[in-house]
Design a protein around this ligand. Structure first.
Ligand SMILES: *Cc1c(COP(=O)(O)O)cnc(C)c1O
Length: 360
């Protein structure tokens, strides 16, 4: 083949999604993709069902109603919101609009893999900077900045680490980055942190910060693909220039609007997640499997070695439980486990206990 894609495309390492099936088993417990164990709220399902009557109509191009709902619930300016097919698409827009070949995009050592994928797809060069004990290190990020740096991606809480840095640290990062660099705060898990705005107020107060959010995690709509970004008006205008006019269907818009207005759902899911996350962390720690304090809907279980992590993953799989291996995130000694229902968490703990007995 002599026709080659543009520089960088062939270097893209395909995104690896969490496994969903085990051959020959019908009772699989999928804890590999940080999905909401309770699914989507009924309010969103009803809105989705109503959308079936308008499948022949093109959706609106301006997403005005969804933006208004998000703005109302989160206390934001609707003119500074952009909506996409998952926050993945917002990440793509940012790389498309703000980078070109020769430019650098910083992500952290254990950072979400879509940052590097989207950077390369735009022809830019991803640059990895170290974390400190599985936590984002602001000084390491600042040290990694060059004249070519255009974007810095920080997920807070992080995936797959589940750790978080404080508001002082993100504010310091935003303040100390040189003026040619845009800071992107990925708040995919921010709903799970009581009282945390995902970086919204920092975004409000600065002209170099963008926040991304998703309906895929707490709102249980990962299958539908809806996310949004919040930033300075000029940045949002540019993201809208690269956005396809019909990037979201009416079903996506309607379901997301219903979900974001469902404040009870968010409160219940947050409380339930906190309770079961604490239980699971404690239960696994008792079995000799520690994890860092989690601020998300998953924990990063840490084993003595990569082979022990692999063996435990195999035991869980044998018991019909799918968790996420994270060797690709430079954490081969760890497994990422989504916090499920109480029954789910008990099933995980029982399986890890069997693993311990079998290797004792
Ligand atoms: C899950 C996740 C997202 C959300 O992806 P969507 O495209 O909105 O489904 C974004 N960032 C991080 C760090 C995530 O873990």
């Amino acid at each position: 083949m002599t026709i080659r894609p543009k520089t960088g495309i062939e270097e893209i390492v395909l995104y690896k999604a969490g496994d969903a099936k085990v051959a020959g088993r019908g009772d699989v417990l999928k804890l590999s993709s940080n999905e909401n164990p309770y699914g989507a709220p009924d309010s969103a399902k009803a809105a989705f069902a109503r959308a079936v009557h308008d499948l022949h109509r093109y959706p609106p191009t301006d997403h005005a109603e969804l933006r208004a709902a998000i703005a109302e619930v989160h206390g934001l300016d609707p003119e500074r919101i952009v909506c996409g097919a998952g926050s993945d698409e917002i990440i793509t827009f940012l790389c498309q609009a703000y980078t070109q070949p020769g430019d650098e995009v910083i992500h952290t050592e254990h950072g979400f893999s879509m940052y590097a994928i989207s950077a390369r797809a735009a022809g830019a060069t991803p640059v990895e900077v170290p974390e400190r004990e599985r936590k984002v290190d602001v000084d390491a990020i600042l040290a990694g900045v060059t004249e070519r740096t255009k974007l810095v991606f920080v997920a807070n809480p992080g995936n797959p680490t589940a750790t978080m840095i404080g508001g002082n640290e993100t504010a310091r990062l935003a303040a100390e980055l040189p003026p040619h660099v845009l800071l992107v705060l990925d708040g995919a898990y921010s709903e799970y942190v009581e009282g945390f705005d995902g970086g919204a107020s920092l975004t409000e107060s600065r002209d170099n910060v963008v926040m991304t959010r998703t309906f895929s995690k707490m709102y249980g709509l990962g299958g539908l693909r809806i996310g949004w970004g919040y930033g300075p008006k000029d940045v949002i205008d540019n993201l809208n220039r690269v956005r396809g006019p019909f990037n979201l269907s009416q079903a996506q818009l309607a379901a997301a609007e219903a979900a974001v207005r469902d404040r009870d759902w968010a409160a219940r899911c947050r409380a339930d997640n906190t309770r079961m996350r604490d239980w699971l962390q404690h239960a696994l720690a008792e079995l000799g499997v520690p994890s860092d304090t989690s601020s998300a809907n998953f924990i990063l279980a840490r084993f003595a070695s990569p082979s022990e992590a692999d063996d435990c993953e195999a035991r869980l799989r044998g018991d019909g439980i799918l968790v996420r291996k994270v060797g690709g995130y430079k954490l081969p000694q760890c497994l990422r486990i989504t916090v499920g229902t109480e029954a789910d968490c008990r099933r995980v703990a029982a399986s890890v206990a069997r693993f311990r007995e079998q290797t004792a």
